[in-house]
Every structure is written in C-alpha cells, then in structure tokens.
Design a protein around this ligand. Structure first.
Ligand code: PMV
Length: 344
C-alpha cells in the first residue's frame, strides 16, 4: 500500500569552538587545515529539532526549515543525503506492517522538517546544529549502523563545524590525513558531566546576518593570510594539546587563557585577510575589555570569551557565581533601554 509514513525525530544542540576551525584544504569534502575543539551546549538552548519521514506517496526529496520550504539542490545537502542513502539498511516495523529493504531506499523519497529554537538569522552557529541533526535523523530513519564518529564525517560535508555536534561535552574534530576525508571526524574528549561547573552565557550583540559567510571568509583567508599558515602549522597543534590537558584537569586558568587567545588570533587572521574581514564590532570589543579587566582584578580568571564569525559574545563562566556576577556586569555596562526591549 501507498498509505504509510515512517518517521524519526532527533534533536541536536549547537557547539562553540574554543580552538577554532578556520580554513579548508578541500572545499567540496570540507577538510580543515587544523584540528579544532568545541563545547556542545545544553540541548535546552540553541538546538535544532529535525523530523525525517519516508513514504511511497512522496515523489521528491523536500525540506522545510522553520516551516518554510528550502531547496535541497545545494551540494552540501546532496552530499549528506547521498552518503546516508549509501549506508541505508533494511527497516522492518511489524506492528505497522512496514518493510523497507536496502534497495527500496534508493527509490524512496524523504521529507525533512527542521526547526531551530533560536533565531536562525542571528548568526549563532545554526548550521552546526542543523547539519548534525540532519545526518543523525536520516541515519536513524534509514537504519544506518555507523557510530557517531562515522556520522560526524557525513555531517562534516554539510557544514564543517556540524561534525562536532554529534557528541555532548568537549569534542575534538581531527583534521585527518586522507585526501578522501575518511579520517576527518569528531571524537568526544569528555562527556557533559565531566566539567558541569561551567556556565555558558551568550550575549547577542546583533541579530543582523553576517556580511561575509564563513565559506567565503575562509577561502579568502587561505588565499591571502600568512598569519593563517603560521597559525595552522605552528600554533594550533600545540594549543590543541594544551587545551586537551586543561579540559582533562578542569584547569579554568589555562582553559580561559587558551580560549581567549585563540578567539583573538582567529579575528587577527580575519584582519590579516585581504580584503580584511571584520566580524566583531565596538560592542564585542567592549565586552572583551570588560572581561579582561575583571579577570585581571581577581586572583584567578572568572570568565572566558570567544567570538565566531559574527559580533555575538560567547562567555564561559567558571561557575554559577561567576555567571551571576558576569550578568550583573553586562547589565551595568549595557543597560537595557526601551528600544532594545521592544524587540521582545
Ligand atoms: O562550519 P562553518 O562553515 O559554519 O564554520 C565555522 C567557523 C567558526 O565558527 C568561526 C569556527 C568554528 O570552529 O566553529
């Protein structure tokens, strides 16, 4: 019969890099020029929920994002779909009388509906959660037997940073050596319980969409920035080892020093790109100054800051007390006015 629909729903949080990925050695396969490390956020904030469905009544692959249909014709969606379909296995649900064989998957079409519980346009790493969730939901739908790391190598082909969202806690994306990308995948360093004192606060500085996409920005940096070459070869490999050590030992002083330095170096690379790319704005710079001054006035650092390809600040507080004090300071320096509140 044509009357059945089989579906799977998955939820994936976004992740924030503390050692940044910036620069590809292969743009199609999305292979990076250095390893990176991130922390995955709590699923109750900034996450994507994706339902993937299959039915003999569907005549083409289709996708909706936040209720609006989007095109699946882009190479990145096609790579994810192709890679998952190639690994599809038999599915049998006796209670519903559904049987889909390996061969059927090549002929059946899927419908995908995806929702972000945060503004997609705010430049808050929506593609990371999105493609991780897409790969995971399709993998479950098609009964793919691959583990999270192998799925991460598929999510990677949607958006590089997405590969790190297949795991919770702290995650490393290993750049890999192979030209075909088979060893460019994510591994979990520690689970979400390992360092649960940390509190992440996101200060939305601007909800405008970024002017330079990460794809264009990376391409221009790879082509023109000598600082990026130096960073990838000489700086990041050492920082990765130091960061792994800091995470393992829950050493917040080292962790925050490395996180802030790496964010600043990434933005220095953007300035070193021709033409220069400005992702941070005056408010971002003020937040950096406030945190730096505060950290220096205490016996030990209280908060780490990091900024991705946009002006919004991701602030990682050492514990709840530090997070409370951080929010009080932000409200003191940036008092909410009626203009801002009208957005809510
Ligand atoms: O995966 P993309 O193309 O969204 O690039 C992400 C780049 C940064 O967010 C700036 C750094 C990172 O490692 O996530």
């Amino acid at each position: 019969s044509q009357n059945w629909v089989f579906m799977v729903t998955a939820q994936t949080p976004t992740n924030i890099a503390v050692i940044k990925y910036w620069g590809k050695r292969d743009e199609t396969l999305i292979l990076p020029i250095n390893d990176s490390i991130s922390v995955t956020l709590d699923p109750s904030h900034l996450c994507t929920t994706t339902t993937a469905a299959v039915s003999p009544a569907f005549h083409q692959d289709r996708m909706w994002l936040n209720g609006k249909e989007i095109s699946l014709s882009g190479g990145r969606f096609q790579s994810c779909l192709r890679e998952i379909r190639a690994r599809a296995c038999d599915v049998e649900d006796e209670t519903k009388g559904i049987k889909i064989t390996k061969e059927d998957w090549g002929k059946l079409h899927v419908h995908i509906a995806s929702y972000n519980n945060f503004p997609t346009a705010a430049g808050l790493a929506s593609s990371a959660a999105g493609f991780a969730c897409l790969a995971y939901a399709l993998g479950k739908l098609m009964n793919v037997k691959e583990d999270e790391s192998q799925l991460s190598a598929i999510a990677r082909q949607g958006s590089g940073s997405a590969c790190r969202s297949l795991f919770g806690g702290f995650v490393k994306w290993i750049m890999g050596k192979e030209d075909n990308g088979s060893d460019s995948l994510a591994v979990q360093l520690t689970d979400e319980k390992h360092w649960d004192d940390l509190v992440i606060v996101i200060a939305v500085v601007s909800s405008r969409q970024k002017e330079t996409s990460s794809t264009t920005g990376m391409r221009e940096s790879v082509e023109t920035s000598l600082l990026l070459q130096h960073r990838a070869k000489e700086i990041v490999p050492k920082r990765i080892l130091q960061m792994e050590e800091a995470i393992k030992n829950r050493d917040f002083a080292s962790f925050s020093q490395l996180t802030c330095a790496d964010s600043n170096q990434f933005h220095a690379v953007c300035l070193d790109t021709c033409p220069p790319i400005f992702y941070m704005n005056d408010t971002s710079h003020r937040i950096i100054s406030i945190v730096e001054k505060w950290n220096r006035s205490e016996e030990a650092p209280q908060v780490a800051y990091t900024f991705d390809a946009g002006p919004n600040a991701v602030l990682i507080a050492r514990n709840r007390n530090a997070a409370t004090s951080l929010i009080q300071r932000l409200l003191y320096y940036f008092p909410p006015n009626s203009d801002d509140l009208s957005r809510f």
